[in-house]
Write a protein that binds this ligand. Structure first.
Ligand code: FO1
Length: 326
C-alpha cells in the first residue's frame, strides 16, 4: 500500500483484518508519506508514520485523529511557556517519547527506515510493516499570498494545523525533493507485491508527494502487480482532512473521477489498473472504464472495522481481477 496519515491508517487497519480473515498467509507493507514531517523543538516529527504506528498498535487517539490515547500535555505546557513550540501544535507527553527516541536514533546515524523498524518492534502491528517513502528529508511547504501582495511559504504543518488549510494554496513545494530517493524498503515492497493499493489518502500532499519522489513513479509503473486505487472523494466531498483545498490548489476538481484521472491509467503514463468509487459516484464508472481504468462502485465509507475490512477486500479483489486480466 501507498498511504498518508489518518485515511490511510483506517484503511490499513481494515486491510489487516481482511488479510487475517481471508488471506492469512499474506503480509502487508505500507509505503508511508513523509512530506508532512518537520523539525520542532529540535525533534523530528513524522505525523503520517506515527498515525499508522499508533493506529495499528491500538495506541491512537481515535477522537482527535492524531497522537496517543490517554495523552497528557505537561511537557507541552512547558515547551509553549518557553516559546519552543507554538500553541497550534501540541507535542503530548507520550508522543514526545516517540519523537525523542526517533531523534536520538537519527542523531546516532540511523536512517528513518531503521528508526521506523525499531519503533514498530516495540508494538505488535499484526504483520504490517511500515516503510517511509524516502529516508531523505522532503518537507512540504505551501505558498500562499501575502497581505501586502506577493507570496510567502509556510511549512505544511502550519498551513494544516494553524490555518486548517483555509489560506488558499498557490502551490505546494516538496523542499529537498530533487535529492531524494525512494527508501530501499519501499522499493523492495513494491517489487514483491502481489497487489499495490493506493489508499484513500490525500491525493496531492500524501499520495502525490510519495509518487513525486524521483524514481518512485517509474518503480510503480514497473511493478508486475496490478495497482488499484481507492477514491478519497465521495459525492464531491473529501472523506477526511482537507483534500478539497489541496485539489483546488492544483486545479483538479473534488471528484472521484478527476482524482482517478490525476493518477492516470497505467495503460497511458499513469498508475492505475483499477479504481474504486463509492456507489454515490457510480456515474463516473463508464467514462473511467473508457479511459482504461477498470472502475467499480462499492461502499466506500469506513464506519467501523468491518466496513473497512470489506472495502480493503474489495480493493484486493479488484487488483487480483486485473492480474488475471493482464
Ligand atoms: N494536528 C493538529 O490539528 N493539532 C496539533 O496540535 C497536532 C499535533 C501533532 C503532533 C504530532 C503529530 O504526529 C501530529 C500532530 N497533528 C496535529 C496532526 C498532524 O498535523 C496530521 O496528522 C498530519 O500532518 C496530516 O496528515
Amino acid at each position: 500500500m501507498l498511504a498518508g496519515g489518518v485515511g490511510g491508517a483506517r484503511f490499513v487497519r481494515g486491510l489487516r483484518e481482511a488479510v487475517r480473515w481471508w488471506h492469512p498467509d499474506a503480509a502487508i507493507d505500507v509505503v508511508v508519506n513523509t512530506g508532512d514531517d518537520w523539525w520542532l523543538g529540535g525533534l523530528r516529527i513524522t505525523p503520517d508514520l506515527d498515525s499508522l504506528l499508533y493506529t495499528l498498535a491500538g495506541q491512537n487517539d481515535e477522537q482527535r485523529g492524531w497522537g496517543r490515547v490517554g495523552e497528557s500535555e505537561r511537557v507541552a505546557a512547558e515547551l509553549q511557556a518557553y516559546g519552543v513550540t507554538p500553541e497550534w501544535f501540541t507535542l503530548g507527553d507520550l508522543d514526545l517519547g516517540t519523537h525523542i527516541a526517533r531523534t536520538a536514533w537519527l542523531r546516532s546515524g540511523a536512517s528513518l527506515s531503521e528508526v521506523v523498524a525499531r519503533l514498530q518492534q516495540r508494538w505488535d502491528l499484526g504483520g504490517v510493516r511500515l516503510h517511509p517513502a524516502t529516508d531523505d528529508e522532503v518537507d512540504t511547504h505551501v505558498w500562499v499570498a501575502s497581505d501586502a501582495g506577493g507570496e510567502h511559504d509556510l511549512h505544511f504543518q502550519e498551513w494544516w494545523t494553524r490555518y486548517r488549510a483555509q489560506l488558499p494554496a498557490l502551490r505546494f513545494e516538496q523542499r529537498g525533493l530533487a535529492a531524494a530517493r525512494p527508501s530501499a524498503g519501499a522499493l523492495a515492497a513494491l517489487e514483491a507485491a502481489d497487489v499495490v493499493i493506493i489508499a484513500p489518502s490525500n491525493p496531492v500532499v500524501s499520495i502525490g508527494t510519495i509518487v513525486s519522489i524521483p524514481g518512485m513513479r517509474d518503480a510503480l509503473r514497473a511493478v508486475t502487480a496490478p495497482i488499484v486505487g481507492v477514491s478519497p472523494i465521495i459525492a464531491g466531498a473529501a472523506v477526511r482532512g482537507m483534500a478539497d483545498a489541496c485539489l483546488a490548489a492544483i486545479g483538479v476538481a473534488t471528484d472521484a473521477g478527476a482524482v482517478a484521472r490525476l493518477y492516470g491509467p497505467r495503460s497511458g503514463v499513469g498508475l492505475l489498473d483499477a479504481w474504486l468509487v463509492d456507489e454515490a459516484d457510480a456515474g463516473v464508472v463508464d467514462g473511467l472504464r473508457a479511459d482504461g481504468i477498470a472502475t467499480d462502485a462499492v461502499p466506500l465509507w469506513m464506519r467501523d472495522l468491518d466496513s473497512a475490512a470489506a472495502l480493503a477486500e474489495a480493493a484486493l479483489q479488484a487488483g487480483l481481477a486485473r492480474r488475471s486480466a493482464s
